[in-house]
Every structure is written in C-alpha cells, then in structure tokens.
Write a protein that binds this ligand. Structure first.
Ligand code: SAH
Length: 349
C-alpha cells in the first residue's frame, strides 16, 4: 500500500483523517482487499479498489522449499524485481527476510545479489508490503533486513518501515538490520528510529582479505566500522551480531579465528554467527562442517559467544546471498509454489 497515495486520495475525497488509520489497521491485520474493511463506507471501499492497488508490489511467483521456507519474487510498479523470504520454525517463530533495495550497488564477491543490476532504493511502503504479503498468510513475528540490498544506504525508508512493523506483529526488538559496515548509517542508527538490533557482515578481520571479499572495506575500513558498532552498542545497550561467512581456504583458518577474536573487543559487545556458505556462481566454496566447528571452538575458547547459522531454503535459492530475482545465482527459472528447490538461510538466533 502506497501510504502517501492513500492519504492524498482520502484528502481529495474530503474523508476524515482517521480513515487512513482504519485502512492501515486492516492491512496490518492481514486484510487482502478493501472489501474486508467493513468499517469503511461501501462507496469509499469501491473508490479505493478502483483507484489504489492494495499493494505497491506485484507478486510474480512464489516457491516453497522442502523445509517450508517460502520465497516470493515481486516486481515494483516500475518493474524492479525484489525477493522476500519467510522462514517458519517449530517454536512458532515466523521470520521474514526483507529486501531494502532492488539489487545492490555493492559487489561482495560471495553474494548473488551484487551480480544483478542495481535498480533503486525501495520505498518504505515497498518494504512494508513485503511484510504484509506474508502477514496475509498468517502471523509474522520476526524481521531481518537480510534480503537484497544494503539497508543503511536507504536508511530513511528502512526506519519508516521499522516504525510500522510492530503493528504487523513484529516487535522492534525482533527486528534486525544487517549491514556491510556502512559507517554513517550505523552512526545514525545509534540515535534515530526504533531500537532495532544491529548485525554486521564482517567475514574477515584481516584488511586485505576483507577488501577482496567486500570492496566496501576500502571505503569504510574495519577499525572505523567496529568503532561505530561500539558507539551504537553504548547508545543502544545491545550486543552487535557479527555475521561471518565460512569460505574454504579464504577466512576459515584457526589463526584467522584468533585475529577475529582480537578484533572483537570487548567480547561482551559482540556475538558471532558463523554462516555456512550457500553456493553462488564463482570460485568460492564453503568450509566443511569440521572446519566450521574448529573455527567456532577457537572463538569460544577465547571467550567470544559463537553460534553456527542453520541454512534454510537452499533448494529454492532463498538462502542468504542467493537472492538474485531469477538472475545469476538463483537455483532455477520460474517455478510455482511447491514445485522447485532453492536456497535460503535463516535469521539470527
Ligand atoms: N547488505 C546487508 C544486507 C544483506 S544481508 C549485509 O551485507 O549485511 C545478507 C546476509 O547474507 C549477510 O550476512 C551476507 O554476508 C550473507 N551472505 C551473502 N552471500 C552469502 C552466501 N553466498 N552464503 C551465505 N550467506 C551469504
């Protein structure tokens, strides 16, 4: 729902201000059409149905993984592709992984999104509509900004979307914004907007290795990024989650674990999540489970809390780093619900 267009339309028709709130409350509770909005006058419902689409996004297709993970591919009104993933867990957690941009201007070596053309920043309404899509199917209660794009390059819209999510059922404390280390965005998140959680995609504590994986490291070197994270933590009083992709022979040696443990100080400011690599086109391969376990024990012995991320949705190319809207890196061409595998990885613990 384009919430600004809604306000304009209601104002043009001379409707009272509370109508906008009524429409939003229906949407946030999962309404799929104006018809359901029974506390609006019938004439208004008809006018809205004729003039304003219920979503800013067109669903192109949806695929379901063997593990139940769902991936939706959408197009914006101007034809930009984006993807959103829903992960459901036995404990009742239903976590959506949303995109903040169509494509991504950054070109991390391991991520499929960086290989598709960058489209543009998504609007707050386009971000919220991803959540509303899955809300129409049932409850959603966690959100991670780990889909396409770099959320801190689109912070105004991300903040506005985060402010809406609690109405949809996702508490601010259950919302995580993940960044490559976009320093000005981290600084702003320390003071502006809801008190969301912060995750940093780190992947190496060695400057040249990190730069080779993530060119953004040349712009915002890791020490500046970690200083910004510590200021965020000071302001918000929460740990920073560190995402660390495990790449065979690149960043997974025990010596590299020690460098990481040294960089992440004080240890109580951080929690590390090791991420098994989800295949994307290119030379990189993932570390073996043994290698991941060994890396983890070095970190834990050094006093750094460390978990290993479960990977989900890989059979439908819905796992972390695999979102490419049918472009390079996706598991297959168009498929319909329940028909095809792909890859996706899950949220923070
Ligand atoms: N730009 C933000 C948000 C995208 S998050 C960021 O980078 O944090 C995407 C998450 O998926 C990040 O943790 C990223 O490091 C991880 N990821 C990217 N490619 C991956 C791959 N091929 N396998 C597993 N995880 C990957």
């Amino acid at each position: 729902m384009d919430l600004r267009a809604l306000d304009n339309l209601l104002a043009e028709r001379g409707e009272p201000a509370f109508r906008s709130k009524q429409v939003w409350e229906w949407l946030a509770r999962g309404a799929a059409s104006y018809e359901e909005m029974t506390n609006l006058p019938a004439a208004l419902r008809e006018a809205l149905a004729a003039e304003l689409p219920i979503s800013t996004l067109e669903l192109e297709r949806e695929v379901v993984s063997e593990d139940g993970t769902r991936k939706a591919l959408f197009a914006t009104a101007d034809g930009r592709p984006l993807e959103t993933v829903l992960m459901s867990y036995r404990d009742g957690r239903r976590s959506i992984c949303v995109s903040s941009q169509s494509g991504c201007p950054l070109t991390c070596a391991f991520c499929a999104t960086g290989r598709m053309a960058f489209g543009r920043n998504l609007t707050a309404s386009e971000i919220v509509d991803q959540a509303l899509h899955f809300r129409r199917r049932g409850e959603v209660n966690h959100c991670v900004f780990m889909g396409m794009g770099e959320p801190l390059m689109n912070l105004d819209a991300v903040i506005e979307a985060c402010e809406r999510l609690p109405d949809v059922g996702i508490a601010t404390s259950h919302t995580t914004v993940s960044t490559v280390g976009w320093v000005p965005g981290i600084e702003r998140l320390a003071t502006d907007g809801p008190r969301v959680r912060l995750a940093l995609s780190l992947h190496s504590a060695e400057p040249d290795v990190r730069s080779s994986l993530m060119p953004v490291n040349d712009r915002y070197p890791l020490d500046e990024v970690l200083q910004a994270c510590l200021r965020w933590r000071e302001a918000r009083g929460k740990r920073v989650y560190i995402e660390y992709l495990m790449l065979a022979g690149v960043n997974d040696g025990p010596d590299q674990a020690l460098v990481l443990a040294e960089a992440l100080k004080p240890h109580e400011a951080f929690k590390v999540n090791l991420i098994p690599f989800n295949p994307t086109p290119g030379e990189l391969t993932g570390s073996s489970p043994n290698q991941i376990a060994a890396f983890r024990s070095v970190l834990q012995r050094s006093g750094l809390p460390t978990t290993v991320r479960l990977t989900r949705g890989r059979d439908i190319a819905a796992a972390c780093g695999q979102l490419a809207a049918g472009g390079p890196g996706t598991a297959g061409s168009a498929s319909s619900i329940g028909s095809r595998p792909a890859a996706a990885s899950p949220p923070l613990p």
